[in-house]
Design a protein around this ligand. Structure first.
Ligand SMILES: *Cc1c(COP(=O)(O)O)cnc(C)c1O
Length: 350
């Protein structure tokens, strides 16, 4: 399979002259900046936010490059991974013409973003053990299929997708294979980042919203070939990551030891939670998890969900999702939160 980005890039994006900001047109050292119509006097805050931020967030990318072992030019930062997903649709899928493949049950944003962009979705459900249906995927691909979304570890099921299966898709599909690794920090599987040199059709999504504890800052990452990253940069709004988020992300990225400690504790707590929930009579099955949540199949998902809500405990009810009937998705909390959850569930009468 020979991947050619120009065979899937929309013509309007190929021909696009991107917005050129004041910060793009002058990049050197200077002392008087009168080029961007900012307030030259300052901001009504202790920290000065009157200057536009770096459009390409090089400081943050350099730090991420050290952590992830990938050159900064192979990194895109978005206002959450959701921005990266939306840009992929806008750059590579012709509305009303092209389609993408999703493998449900999976993260809901791929479908929402497809719908917003008027791009058809072909759904190839996972197998009953939540792995790829490779034959089904091969059959679903047609001349207008532009992308396949694979979430691993998968949300809401929690399991990792078999690596060899993902590689089969990567090696045979002539469009983009988007691997969403939002939960990779909790996984026993290694990231696909090291495979970027091998597969030019690979896009990996990660985020600072989960293990890094920065959901409110809205910083998502995409890793891909330089030519794909250039497309992201051409299409994105000029200043898509604000200055406060850039500064705080950079600061947070220094605390990797703290994050690694939380990851270990979360995994310990996850296993403890699994052990405690197993003994409850209304729990039918707990799916193996490589993430910071577990999917729990019960005899009465709606009953348990409402029972918990009445007691101020919110979990995610996934019972209406295909292949998740009867299931609740439960995020691993702190030790005391998990204890409250388990003790409360012990008083549920099924
Ligand atoms: C939480 C999550 C994200 C993160 O989205 P952000 O916009 O970066 O907060 C992405 N993908 C999946 C599968 C998720 O569960």
């Amino acid at each position: 399979m020979n991947f050619d980005i120009n065979s899937i890039l929309r013509d309007n994006i190929k021909n696009l002259v991107p917005y050129s900001s004041a910060r793009d047109e002058f990049k050197g050292e200077a002392s008087v900046f009168l080029d961007a119509n900012e307030n030259s006097y300052g901001s009504p805050l202790e920290t000065a936010y009157n200057r536009y931020p770096d459009p390409l967030q090089w400081e943050v990318k350099k730090r991420l490059s050290e952590i992830k072992g990938v050159p900064p030019q192979n990194i895109f930062l978005g206002n959450g991974s959701d921005e990266a997903i939306d840009i992929l649709f806008r750059a590579f899928c012709r509305p009303g013409v092209d389609n993408v493949i999703t493998v449900p049950p999976t993260y809901g944003m791929y479908e929402v973003s497809a719908n917003i962009n008027d791009v058809a979705i072909k759904k190839v459900p996972l197998t009953p053990d939540y792995q790829l249906n490779l034959e089904g995927i091969a059959e679903a691909i047609d001349a207008n299929t532009r992308m396949i979304f694979i979430c691993s570890p998968n949300n809401p099921t929690g399991n990792s997708i078999n690596r060899e299966d993902v590689e089969t898709v990567l090696a045979n599909f002539p469009g983009l294979v988007v691997i969403d690794e939002a939960y990779i920090n909790y996984s026993r599987q290694k990231t696909f980042i090291q495979e970027l040199t091998e597969y030019s059709n690979l896009v990996i999504l990660q985020t600072l919203s989960k293990a890094w504890g920065l959901a409110a800052l809205r910083v998502g990452m995409a890793f891909a070939s330089e030519e794909i990253i250039e497309v992201f940069n051409k299409v994105k709004p000029p200043y898509n990551i604000n200055q406060a988020s850039q500064e705080l992300a950079l600061e947070a990225l220094k605390n990797i030891d703290q994050v690694n400690d939380w990851i270990k504790e979360t995994i310990r707590e996850r296993e403890k939670l699994v052990g405690n929930l197993h003994s409850l009579p209304f729990v039918l099955k707990i799916y193996p998890s490589d993430a910071n949540f577990i999917l729990v199949k019960t005899t009465d998902a709606n009953g348990i969900y409402n029972f918990l809500v009445e007691r101020g405990i919110i979990v995610r009810n996934r019972t209406k999702v295909e292949l998740c009937e009867g299931s609740l998705r439960i995020t691993v909390g702190t030790p005391s939160e998990n204890e409250i959850l388990v003790n409360t569930l012990k008083s549920f009468q099924s």
